[in-house]
Design a protein around this ligand. Structure first.
Ligand code: HEC
Length: 137
């Protein structure tokens, strides 16, 4: 009896240490400010007024971005908890103040945990469709 409760305590200790180290959600760090190359900073959105593209953008966002960024762009997708860096909240003013070129660079060139999409999304119209959709969040 005595021995087995010691074993149980030991197991609980090991399990809780393990959970603290790997299992429970940890505080995500916020990404540092991005350095956007000049070429992108100056980039204009050739599809700016193409409202029809937003629908396409929504589909593409669901396919490529939602898993981390969440369906509303709050940074709460199903994969988000596994990320060390918070993916960002696309609905806030500070985010929407990004220029189109900033968003283009961040979305398709990326850095660290934000994947590069140059090989997955090759069509320019598709890229701007996603940006146009992100603008509606
Ligand atoms: C594997 C998870 C993941 C996927 C998939 C993903 N992102 Fe991200 N995204 C991140 C993370 C993490 C960051 C924060 C990176 C950093 O700050 O270093 C980020 C940052 C961003 C930012 C900058 C946010 C800000 O506050 O400035 C934009 C814009 C963005 N992502 C757009 C997209 C788009 C568009 C897609 C789909 C084409 C996408 N992401 C797919 C994880 C992801």
């Amino acid at each position: 009896m005595k021995n087995s409760s010691k074993v149980n305590l030991g197991l609980i200790f090991i399990l809780s240490t393990f959970l603290m180290a790997f299992g429970l959600p940890q505080d995500q760090k916020k990404g540092s400010p991005w350095e956007i190359p000049e070429k992108y900073m100056k980039m204009g959105n050739p599809y700016k007024d193409d409202a029809g593209l937003t629908k396409v953008g929504k589909m593409l966002f669901s396919k490529h971005c939602k898993s981390c960024h969440g369906s509303k762009g709050l940074g709460d997708g199903t994969k988000a908890a596994q990320l060390d860096t918070f993916p960002g909240d696309f609905t806030i003013d500070a985010f929407q103040k990004n220029s189109d070129g900033d968003l283009f660079y961040k979305s398709f060139i990326g850095r660290d945990e934000m994947p590069n999409f140059e090989k997955k999304i090759t069509d320019d119209e598709d890229k701007w469709a996603i940006i146009n959709y992100v603008r509606t969040l």
